[in-house]
Every structure is written in structure tokens, then in C-alpha cells.
Design a protein around this ligand. Structure first.
Ligand SMILES: CC(C)(COP(=O)(O)OP(=O)(O)OC[C@H]1O[C@@H](n2cnc3c(N)ncnc32)[C@H](O)[C@@H]1OP(=O)(O)O)[C@@H](O)C(=O)NCCC(=O)NCCS
Length: 173
């Protein structure tokens, strides 16, 4: 298993991986049916955007997980690992890649949302130092009409917290 930046040739495998997790209907925000053309276009765009990064986990030539991170100040992330590859360190590898990217990009914080019932994901994030910072009640509409709560988690990146040099020191006027 190898974690690396996603390339254009990975997109079909990424879509298959994403759809298999969406089909489970209880872990990620995305639900079937996925608009494949729109997702493909968005991911190809994201691969060329210096303010974002997409990572894949590849095993035996197949994509078994992926993570996306967006933003060089507050870096928002999302990720998944396909069923059958969970519990083997893939998620940890992807999350480490995302954190390293965000730190190098200068982000002062990582942020994410997770369903309250997603105990595996919450434990993964907590293991990397993420803490709960908020709780959204009856927030996201599901395709079956239900409104689901979401937990907001964050991870500060202290070495990037100092303000960038100001043109003028505050209070100088
Ligand atoms: C959450 C997810 C990404 C974790 O990936 P993974 O490859 O299974 O995680 P790892 O094997 O690297 O495990 C890392 C840690 O996660 C936690 N974890 C993983 N599976 C767990 C489970 N079934 N129950 C409780 N904790 C679990 C543990 O803290 C684990 O550390 P440990 O092995 O030292 O106990 C994966 O389960 C997944 O993709 N689930 C479906 C999609 C999803 O939930 N995405 C996140 C949306 S916010």
C-alpha cells in the first residue's frame, strides 16, 4: 500500500472508491447517485490547484482510499478508505499526508466535520490530536429527508499560528 498525490489517471479509481463508500450511506456526506462527470471535473481541477491537494492510497494497482484537503489558512479535509481495507493503517497514512501538506502550505489549522455516529473516524482524528470544537444540530439534509447532526473537529498547527509580517504594526496610528 502506498500513499501518494493523486494524478489524472487515478480519477476513475477514485470515483469507484468514493461511490463504494457513498453506497454504505452512513459515513461520508456524499450519497448515491454520484454525478460522475461533475466529480471528475472537480477533482481534475483540484489536482492543479496549488491551494488544494488530493491524496490516494494505492494497493495492487487499485485505489483503496483517498483524502482531500483544501485551503492554505484553514485547511478543510475529507477522506475515506474502502471497506475491506479499513483498520490496516490506510486512514492514518492518508491523514498524515494531509497534515504534512497543510503544515507545509502554511495553514494555521485543520478542520473537518464528521457524523457523531462515526466512532472509527472520530477516534482516528482524536489520535492525531483533533478536538471537538462544535456541534451542529439537525444540520445536513440527507436524500431520504432526514436531518443529521455533525461534529466539528479542529487541529491547530502551532508553528503556523504567528501572524505574517504586517505592513504596519497594529496601533501605530
Ligand atoms: C475512518 C476511516 C478513514 C479510518 O481509516 P482506517 O484505515 O480504518 O484507519 P486506521 O487503520 O489507520 O486506524 C487508525 C485509528 O482509527 C481508529 N479506528 C479505526 N477503525 C476503528 C474502528 N472500527 N473502531 C474504532 N476506532 C477505529 C483507531 O483509533 C485507529 O487507531 P488504532 O489502530 O491505534 O486503534 C475509515 O474507517 C473509513 O474510511 N470509514 C468510512 C468513511 C469515513 O468514515 N470517512 C471519514 C468521514 S468524516
Amino acid at each position: 500500500m502506498r500513499i501518494r498525490r493523486a494524478e489524472a489517471a487515478d480519477v476513475d479509481g477514485m470515483i469507484a472508491s468514493y461511490e463504494s463508500v457513498a453506497a454504505e450511506g452512513r459515513f461520508i456526506g456524499g450519497e448515491l447517485p454520484i454525478d460522475e462527470a461533475a466529480v471528475r471535473a472537480r477533482w481534475l481541477e483540484r489536482m492543479n490547484d496549488p491551494t488544494e491537494a488530493l491524496f490516494v492510497a494505492e494497493a495492487d494497482g487499485a485505489i483503496v482510499g483517498m483524502a482531500g484537503v483544501r485551503g492554505t489558512e484553514i485547511a478543510d479535509l475529507g477522506m475515506h478508505v474502502i471497506e475491506g481495507w479499513r483498520g490496516r493503517g490506510v486512514g492514518s497514512g492518508l491523514l498524515r499526508a494531509v497534515i504534512d501538506w497543510a503544515r507545509a502550505a502554511g495553514a494555521h489549522k485543520l478542520a473537518l466535520q464528521v457524523w457523531p455516529h462515526n466512532a472509527a473516524a472520530i477516534r482516528l482524528y482524536a489520535g492525531f490530536g483533533f478536538e471537538q470544537e462544535g456541534y451542529l444540530r439537525r444540520h445536513w439534509r440527507r436524500k431520504n429527508g432526514e436531518l443529521w447532526d455533525a461534529v466539528i473537529m479542529g487541529l491547530p498547527i502551532p508553528e503556523n499560528e504567528a501572524p505574517a509580517a504586517l505592513e504596519e504594526p497594529p496601533g501605530s496610528r
